[in-house]
Write a protein that binds this ligand. Structure first.
Ligand SMILES: [Zn+2]
Length: 282
């Protein structure tokens, strides 16, 4: 992408015996290497979006070493999907690093460059069973994971962010081990209702699903913020001020209809990464 930058230069000098600092304008042209297009790779815009939010998740400290995974369906049936490569840190993933997998390919784990086995178990199962789950993001972020560790992992509506998830999340209380295929199938079977877009995975972490990278990342981000508010409120030891069910439902519905927030969120994340010269979009 051709990029024009305009600089205002101050150049000290003298006119006769009088010191002056005349200004001149310099127009610089450069190629932004981070925007090098890769037309040979399909789903390029989706890849760029996914790489951007992987980077941002690491920036926010919501990742965990080289674990956790984000995926996005790229065919109408939802069975072919992009996913982050095995054991690669979120902070280093580029759009071209993402794997494209077929949820029905039984040989996936034996092929070169195979994904992490738990990534395949969880995301492969969801993309096979839940057509509405176009995008799936799974993390062990600090506050949602504390919530997942409580005996009661339901998030009560005590502020706007917590109310966002009122009656819109489920809690899995039957962890049976790491998310290999049988565990992934069990989790996917709990997410067949399209209205449920957050699952607190008891004793494990959190899973968000949505229509796009922007929609799903925004949901996951706000869930972690909501869990943070709740956990910190519990830490005060003071009684909580809970909203009524009626108000919580109204807040959740109003926020669902609030226009453009998720798209603006990801656009700003990409702008911030671009301004830093990040290579996420390469
Ligand atoms: Zn996990």
């Amino acid at each position: 992408m051709l990029c024009l930058k305009i600089y205002r230069l101050s150049i000290p000098g003298r006119v006769g015996s009088i010191p002056v600092r005349p200004h001149c304008w310099l127009i610089a042209m450069s190629v932004r290497s981070q925007f090098v297009e890769r037309p040979e790779l399909a789903h390029w815009e989706a890849r760029v979006d996914l790489a951007a939010v992987l980077r941002w998740t690491a920036r926010l400290g919501m990742h965990e070493a080289v674990a956790n995974h984000f995926s996005l369906a790229v065919n109408p049936e939802g069975t072919r999907f992009l996913i982050n490569p095995n054991q690669m840190h979120f902070a280093r993933i580029r759009a071209s690093d993402l794997l494209e997998l077929d949820a029905h390919d039984k040989e996936t784990l034996s092929r070169p460059g195979a994904p992490d086995a738990t990534a395949w178990g969880l995301h492969g199962s969801l993309h096979r069973r839940c057509r509405h789950a176009r995008c799936v993001m799974h993390l062990h972020p600090p506050f949602a994971t504390v919530l997942a560790s409580l005996e009661d992992s339901i998030l009560p509506p005590i502020d706007l962010n917590t109310a966002t998830f009122f009656n819109r999340m489920i809690v899995d209380t039957a962890l049976a081990g790491l998310a290999f295929e049988a565990e992934g199938e069990r989790c996917a079977a709990m997410l067949t209702d399209p209205r449920i877009r957050i699952m607190v995975m008891g004793n494990h972490g959190v899973l968000a699903i949505g229509d796009s990278v922007a929609d799903t990342f925004n949901r996951l981000y706000y869930f972690e913020r909501a869990a943070q508010t709740y956990i910190r409120a519990l830490q005060t030891g003071k009684p909580l001020r809970r909203m009524s069910a009626e108000i919580a439902e109204k807040v959740a519905r109003d926020l669902e209809r609030y226009p453009g927030q998720a798209e603006s969120h990801i656009a700003e994340i990409k702008s911030l990464l671009d301004e830093e010269g990040s290579n996420y979009a390469s």
